[in-house]
Design a protein. Structure first.
Length: 147
């Protein structure tokens, strides 16, 4: 107890995978057409409809996130926030991860490489989980006010 988490150093392969995934998300966000309803864009990726929404007619914690990414990629920030409150910040974080991952592949970037090790830390997952726990009630409130 009391021992701080020390993430393992990332390998070049780790950085390439992270860069590839981040770039794939950015490109897909630009190629997909945002669903005018504010959610459902993920269906273009042949994903199933949201089970939670089908049962409750309320958005789940992830409803609207793909649509928010596609809207953010087009510069339609207000609409993106209306689709999912975390969409624009998470899209910006994805772009930042892509840029820093690409830079970390260059020689002589040891400080940047160390800072990217947070991506392997359970702390990041905990913060993301906490963000979604806080954002979901806000998304539900905004949904109920609009409908």
């Amino acid at each position: 107890m009391g021992v701080s988490e020390q993430p393992e150093a990332m390998t070049r392969t780790d950085r390439l995978i992270i860069l590839f995934v981040a770039l794939a998300v950015i490109v897909a966000s630009r190629l997909l057409t945002p669903d005018p309803s504010g959610y459902g864009t993920h269906r273009q990726l042949l994903m199933l409809p949201c089970f939670f929404r089908a049962l409750t007619d309320l958005p789940c914690p992830l409803c609207g996130l793909t649509t928010a990414f596609t809207l953010t990629a087009r510069g339609r920030i207000v609409e993106a926030f209306e689709s999912h409150i975390l969409g624009p910040p998470l899209f910006a974080a994805t772009v930042l991860v892509a840029l820093t991952s690409a830079l970390a592949l260059l020689p002589g970037m040891s400080r940047l490489k160390r800072s990217l090790s947070i991506l392997h830390s359970p702390t990041l997952a905990r913060w993301l989980f906490l963000l979604f726990l806080v954002a979901w009630p806000l998304d539900l409130y905004l949904y109920l006010v609009q409908h």
